[in-house]
Write a protein that binds this ligand. Structure first.
Ligand SMILES: Cc1ncc(COP(=O)(O)O)c(C=O)c1O
Length: 384
């Protein structure tokens, strides 16, 4: 339709003018570290496959075997016929890893956050969200109809002030944060947040998409704070676990409620057997090889030490460059040297903080990490 295409064209032109248009770039991944784009082989520092498990022979074999034995798709919602027995096995393993009573697997991490939050809070409630929390936490909060209150990033004092003011006006309160922040790589002060939540009868929810598999021998960011009470621990199977899907670990009562009320579980097809089996195989490897889980952070620290940046807290290191143009040209310059480090621009990150987001994984060679650090240092030197 003419008016529709005109609308889309104008929107695209406006984004293009601000260097904010995005393009899909077909990319073939050879393993956790090497990708092929436009016929060029590049060492990728942009994949979230932190342990290289998406290409691990055992993980691939488990996925292939499950697809051959049980089919390529789940065929229906988990509440109809899509609840393959492997899903129950996976939930038990996830709950064991996170030290919770139970777990609920969703079709993706995005679906987990957008299903869990509206199941637990509604229009009489309030949800406090860290300013840099992932987009799907914000989407879940918006879908819930609860009052949304943003608190300054990792600022416990700001949250305390807001809880004082807003908590008494609401029936229930939820505090939602990333455990490891996806674009900054820093870790939420989960111990302090948990203490604050206990004082105000608020429910703490952490999104550990980037912590599971790579922190505390694979148990994730919550395990760095042993005394903290985090009743809602969400995560994804699609990063360090090398598969696809999402989950929420929590009490049996919460999980039972999600399985009967979360719209993204009730009205969506179950996770395919191949993804479920792959995640189970990855969990086996993580349990057997705790030394592997330490490697991504060790590589990130090698990089931050070489560049004189603050010590990495997770496998994600931001190199903030400011404008979208600066981030795009730095990424292009690195690509010409054989490295894939994708530029991250608003609205994924706040205005004026476009950056290179460097993600390290267990398969990176130290020599390549050092070469990348030197290339980034040269770029920063040239732009200073
Ligand atoms: C912090 C965070 N939460 C949730 C998600 C969504 O997870 P998934 O990719 O499994 O949908 C992502 C991934 O992009 C993420 O970075």
């Amino acid at each position: 339709m003419q008016s529709l295409d005109a609308f889309a064209g104008e929107k695209l032109a406006a984004l293009e003018a601000k260097s904010l248009r995005r393009w899909l770039k077909p990319t073939r991944r050879h393993d956790g570290a090497v990708v092929e784009r436009d016929g060029r082989r590049l060492i990728s520092f942009s994949c979230n496959d932190y342990l290289g498990l998406s290409h691990h022979p055992e993980v691939r074999a488990s996925a292939a075997e499950a697809a051959l034995n049980y089919g390529a798709g789940a065929a229906a919602s988990r509440l109809v016929t899509g609840d393959h027995p492997l899903l129950g096995d996976l939930e038990k393993r996830l709950a064991r890893l996170k030290g919770t009573e139970a777990a609920c697997v969703f079709g993706s991490g995005y679906l987990a956050n957008t299903g869990v939050i509206p199941t637990l809070v509604g229009s009489e409630d309030v949800i406090f969200v860290d300013a840099l929390a992932h987009a799907c936490i914000w989407a879940g909060a918006q879908l819930s109809g609860a009052k949304i209150v943003k608190f300054a990033h990792n600022d416990v004092g700001d949250l305390a002030r807001l809880l004082e003011a807003e908590r008494p006006l609401a029936r229930h309160a939820l505090v939602a944060t990333d455990g490891v922040f996806s674009m900054d790589g820093d870790i939420a002060p989960l111990d302090q947040l948990s203490a604050l939540c206990a004082r105000h009868d608020a429910w703490l929810m952490s999104d550990d998409a980037h912590g599971v598999g790579v922190l505390a021998e694979g148990r994730g960011s919550a395990a760095l704070f042993p005394g903290a009470e985090i009743p809602l621990q969400m995560g994804t199977l699609s990063k360090a676990l090398g598969s696809y899907g999402g989950y929420l670990c929590g009490s049996q009562a919460v999980v039972d409620l999600l399985k009967t009320r979360a719209r993204t579980l009730v009205y969506a097809t179950g996770l395919p057997p191949a993804s479920t089996a792959a995640a189970l195989a990855s969990l086996d490897i993580i349990e057997r090889q705790p030394e592997r889980t330490a490697l991504p952070l060790a590589k990130a620290r090698l990089f931050t030490r070489r560049l004189g940046l603050p010590e990495a807290e997770s496998p994600i290191v931001p190199v903030v460059l400011g404008s979208a143009d600066a981030a795009l040209s730095a990424s292009e310059a690195l690509e010409n040297q054989g490295f894939l480090v994708v530029a991250i621009r608003p609205p994924t990150v706040p205005d004026g903080t476009a950056r290179l987001r460097v993600a390290f994984n267990a398969l990176h060679e130290d020599v390549d990490v050092m070469r990348l650090a030197d290339a980034v240092a040269a770029l920063r030197g040239a732009s200073a």
